[in-house]
Design a protein around this ligand. Sequence first.
Ligand SMILES: *Cc1c(COP(=O)(O)O)cnc(C)c1O
Length: 386
Amino acid sequence: MFKISKKLTSLPPYLFLEIDRAKRKAKQEGRDIIDLGVGDPDQPTPKHIIEALYQAAQDPSNHRYAFDQGMPALRRAIAGWYERRFGVNLNPDSEILPLIGSKEGIAHLPLAFLNEGDYSLVPDPCYPPYKGGSILAGGKTYLMPLLESNAFLPELKRIPVSIRKKAKLIYINYPNNPTSATAEKDFYRRIVEFALKNKIIVISDLAYSEMSYDGYSPSSFLEAKGAREVGIEFHSLSKTYNMTGWRIGWACGNSKLILALAKVKSNIDSGIFSAIQLAGIAALEGPQVHIKNMRALYQERRDILISGLNSLGWGVIRPKATFYIWLKIPKKTDSIKFSGFLLEKANIIVTPGVGFGKYGEGYIRMALSLPKERISEAIARLNKIL
Ligand SMILES: *Cc1c(COP(=O)(O)O)cnc(C)c1O
C-alpha cells in the first residue's frame, strides 16, 4: 500500500529538514531571529497593481475559467515589455505563454521533451525545480558544476560527448540564484552555438533581470543571434514587482517549444485567474518607478552587508545583481553545520549551499530581504561569535 513512485523517490533529498526544525523551534522559543534565508522580497506589491486586481475582481466576467493560454492583452503587454527592455520582438500569439508563476512552467517543460533515459543538463548549485522537473518527467540529470574559478558559469567543453548525445535540455539562469553570478552576451552566444551543434533545447531562467545594481543591466538570452531557434526564456513578475504570492510569470521564445509547453499545461491547469492577469498588465504597462526604488533599496542593503562581512575579514565581492550573497564558509566545517552554528549562536538563519546541490557545499546563501537595521544587527552578532 502507498508505495511511492520511483520518480518521486529519486528526487534529491530535502536537506533543509533539520534547519527547518531548528528554525521553528527557535521561533517558538521567542528568540530574536534574523532570517537571511528567504528569497522573497519583503516590500509590498506596488499600489496601482493591487488597485487593478481589486477593480478586476469586482467584475463577474473575471470569475470564470480564464483562457488557458493567457489573455491576448496580457501576451501583448509582455511583448511590449520585452521589446522596451531588451529590444527583442516577440509574436504575442505564438511566442509567449503566460504561466501560474514561472516555477510551474520550468518544472512542466521537461514533460514535453524528455523520454525515459534522456538527460537534462542542469547547473549545480541551482534553483531546485530544474532537477525536480526533469526527474519527475522520467529523465536523468547531468550536473554542470558552477565553480567560482569559472565565474559560476558552466564549462560546456567538459560535458562528455556521450552525455551530449542523450541530452535534450540545458538550463541556464543568469543573474543566478544562488551564486548571484551574471552572464554576458558572449556567454549566450556560446550557449546558442553549443545548442545548435548538439541539438539541445536551451531553457533560460531570467527571473532576476531587473534586480541589478550600480547601473548594470542584465541581458536576455533571446538577444543572442539564433537564440529563438534553440530556446525559450522564463520570466516572472515575482521578483520584479514584489508579486511572489500572486503566481504570474511567462515563457517566451521558440514557438514550437511554447506550443509544446501549452499542450502539457492544458492537461494540468486551467490558466491564471483573470483578475491577476489584468493586474499583471497594470504591472508591465504602468509606472516603473518602483523598480528604480527597489534597486536603490537592495543596493544599500547589499553595501551594508558586504562592508560588514569584509570588515570581519570575509573578502566578498559585491554582486551586480540578485538579492543574494553567496558566501564561502570556513573549510573545516560544512554548510549545514555552519548554518546550524549561526542559528544556535547568533539567531541568524541562512541557507546552506548544499541545499542547492552538491557543488554548493562550502557556501551559504544570505538574502537581502530584511531592513538595513537588521542586516547591521546581523553583522554585529557575527562579529561577536566569529
Ligand atoms: C524566484 C525565482 C523564480 C520565480 O519563480 P515564480 O514561480 O515565478 O515565483 C524563478 N527562478 C528562480 C531562479 C528564482 O529564484
